[in-house]
Write a protein that binds this ligand. Sequence first.
Ligand SMILES: O=C(CO)[C@@H](O)[C@H](O)[C@H](O)COP(=O)(O)O
Ligand SMILES: [Fe+2]
Length: 189
Amino acid sequence: MEYKKPMGVDIDLETGVIPGAKKLVRRLSDLKGYFQDEEAYAELLKENPVVYEVYAVEQEAKDGDLNFATTVLHPGKVGKEFFFTKGHYHSKADRAEIYYGIKGRGGMLLQTPEGRAEWIEMRPGTVVYVPPYWAHRTVNTGDEPFVFLAVYPADAGHDYGSIAEKGFSKLVVEENGEVRVVDNPKWKE
Ligand SMILES: O=C(CO)[C@@H](O)[C@H](O)[C@H](O)COP(=O)(O)O
Ligand SMILES: [Fe+2]
């Protein structure tokens, strides 16, 4: 039996960086079609800001092993909608996940394949359990980077297709200076 070597790494709790991790950058241009307000999107696209970065430590996609990653989700809005991650189901849809809030403020939108949505607020110290079969997207509702850790089965995979096409049934917006979770007028099952 070949045993893998155990490891310990220190997340930089200020920046969210995991030393030695694989870095992925998502700019606004990577989120084409995701936001409601197309005019506001086109305007902000001139700057094409970084919306989020992911620092991932991933294993071969085998049953029983675990991956982990931090996400640094920057503050910002497109029109009234707060910056968010693309959101996905897992390719192996029954794979669950744990998120842990490190810095900043935000929350997670979750959704069943039938379109039943839930919103869970996150702050430093919040643990969110993502059950099997729920799509999940994080949203930064604050004015500083929202940093969190995710731990997920190594064989979970990402299925972006249905969210990219249909979005979530709820939107997280700012209205009169308040965070509101409202129905998505463009949602169709
Ligand atoms: O849920 C996971 C892994 O299963 C997170 O590590 C996200 O991958 C990350 O927060 C970026 O979000 P997406 O662009 O992948 O939706
Ligand atoms: Fe996930």
